[in-house]
Design a protein around this ligand. Structure first.
Ligand SMILES: Nc1ncnc2c1ncn2[C@@H]1O[C@H](COP(=O)(O)OP(=O)(O)OP(=O)(O)O)[C@@H](O)[C@H]1O
Ligand SMILES: [Mg+2]
Length: 242
């Protein structure tokens, strides 16, 4: 089977800093894989590269057999890759529904008008967000902002979903709901690459993890093995010492 996503020696420099350094890994369709690593190890930059927010300095990204490295974000979105942001960023001056509707414009088949409104309602329901008609995005609680962020990503009808610490900052009840939601997304056929520091969630969701440290991949394998790996433990402990 060919991989859905194949990342090959992907590298991104910012001046003298190599934020992502020769990163190589692949995802099969239907997998949920954790992308782990201490703060500043290059996880968000890796997602930025895959989603087209940042262009690679070198290396290849192949999605569904096609090279996508360096394409603009909107074209990558149309191929079927959506992401959430570590710092949630809905459009605060719009209503919740309008926020999802604007995301519908990024689909291969864009929706407008009444069908768009109905579709937006379905995505909000899917993520468990109930809102009053006309409710402003700016009034949402933190968990509901996260739900909105996910609804916006799902509105793009992704085959690959990139989640950047989507579960961070949730209380235990919300975390359980979030894990259930991501499990349901996977069951619906979406492949997920999940950047996460919440280890309970990583254990619950990911059969496999890729671990980065200082831009490089230091481990890739079954979650339990990877989390016991000497280099991985040292990378995380090093962070505590710092
Ligand atoms: N646009 C940018 N310009 C300059 N440096 C950047 C840029 N984006 C990221 N970096 C640097 O690249 C390195 C990796 O950052 P990145 O955000 O990818 O880490 P991360 O693994 O997501 O960390 P965290 O767990 O804290 O979110 C950091 O040193 C960061 O300061
Ligand atoms: Mg990050």
């Amino acid at each position: 089977m060919t991989a859905l996503l194949d990342v090959d020696r992907l590298t991104r420099r910012f001046g003298g800093l190599v934020a992502v350094n020769e990163l190589t890994f692949s995802l099969d369709a239907g997998e949920i894989v954790g992308l782990l690593g201490p703060n500043g190890s290059g996880k968000t930059t890796a997602l930025n590269l895959i989603s087209g927010l940042v262009a690679p300095t070198s290396g290849q990204i192949t999605f569904d057999g096609q090279p996508i490295g360096g394409l603009p974000a909107n074209r990558i979105a149309r191929r079927g890759i959506a992401r959430t942001f570590q710092l949630v960023r809905p459009l605060p001056s719009l209503t919740v529904i309008e926020n999802v509707i604007t995301a519908l414009a990024f689909r291969a088949e864009a929706l407008w008008g009444k069908p768009a409104e109905e579709a937006a309602g379905r995505y909000l329901e899917q993520v468990g967000l109930t809102v009053r008609p006309g409710q402003a995005a700016v009034d949402l609680t933190y968990i509901d902002l996260k739900r909105l962020e996910l609804a916006r990503a799902l509105a793009a009808e992704p085959r690959l979903l990139l989640l950047d610490e989507w579960l961070a900052g949730l209380n235990p009840t919300e975390l359980r709901a979030g894990i259930k939601l991501i499990t349901a997304l996977r069951q619906s056929g979406i492949t997920v690459l999940l950047v996460e520091h919440v280890m309970d969630a990583v254990h619950a969701l990911c059969e496999r993890c890729v671990v980065m440290n200082a831009g490089r991949k230091i481990a890739d394998g079954p979650t339990a093995d990877v989390l016991e790996d000497r280099d991985v433990v040292r990378a995380y402990l090093g962070e505590v010492d710092a």
